[in-house]
Ligand binder design. Sequence first.
Ligand code: COA
Length: 267
Amino acid sequence: MRLAEGRLLERHGRWPEDVEVRLIDASASADDLARMQETLDASERQRAGRYRLQADRERFVCTRYALRTVLAGYTGCEPAALRFRQGARGKPFLEDHPGLSFNASHSGGHGLIAVSARRSVGVDIEHVNAGVDWHAIADLVCSAQEQRIIEDARADQRRAHFYRIWTAKEALVKALGLGIGDDLASISVHVAAGSPQRPAVATGSEFAAAAALKYRWIDEVEGHAACVAFGDDNARPAFTSSSSVQESGPARAAETSLLRQPPPSAR
Ligand SMILES: CC(C)(COP(=O)(O)OP(=O)(O)OC[C@H]1O[C@@H](n2cnc3c(N)ncnc32)[C@H](O)[C@@H]1OP(=O)(O)O)[C@@H](O)C(=O)NCCC(=O)NCCS
């Protein structure tokens, strides 16, 4: 099985040394896929079985297998022995190692994983889809400042700017363990940001805690936009609260992403 745990991305000063970011090629032969599924637990196998498209199933299985393999290296457990739980809004964590922060995202032909034993992390990867009516989504999720940046950009750069903004917001809210909410426009990121930046967050936002995080785009994935967000050293992941619930439910993530639904104008 080739590079099942994904390719370690070089830091190039983009994120702290204790943050490991891996890119997964989310396709596999039928034999490899079957072998990977043996490492997953019953609820993960059930989820895999609920994906109607083979490509979606492969992406989920390859990413989850890679995540288990990488986390096994941190914990000293066998990949199959790791027990996942979920925070109140769905962010997975390890029952026996709740202080180890990790996050995964999958889209197009790839999965993306970030892990840190020292700080909270979130990632997002999105296949840049020419069929998505991003304008309608931008109206809902971009701050006035971000909308201006998009409008002021050259026409052929606007889609890329939108996807950068989107992936940064999603990585930030995933680092917090919150996920997408109505208030995404209260977060402002800067598309031209070079070194790790902190977002600006409007007063009273449900995402106020994002102001303490930094984000950095990952530009080396052809046809995809991607971003990693991370907290300060030793900041405890906010989601490992007593309200955590066990992993269950349908293929939730694929259903909740605005970018994977038809544009609002087409609904
Ligand atoms: C997290 C979320 C943004 C992911 O959206 P997406 O773009 O479709 O999916 P991605 O591929 O980027 O990420 C999926 C991964 O994020 C992780 N994840 C799920 N919920 C998360 C959360 N609240 N915070 C951080 N990460 C989360 C999981 O590892 C998931 O991987 P899996 O599908 O293999 O289990 C979206 O599912 C969301 O907003 N969830 C919150 C829903 C919520 O608030 N529910 C409340 C009632 S439970």
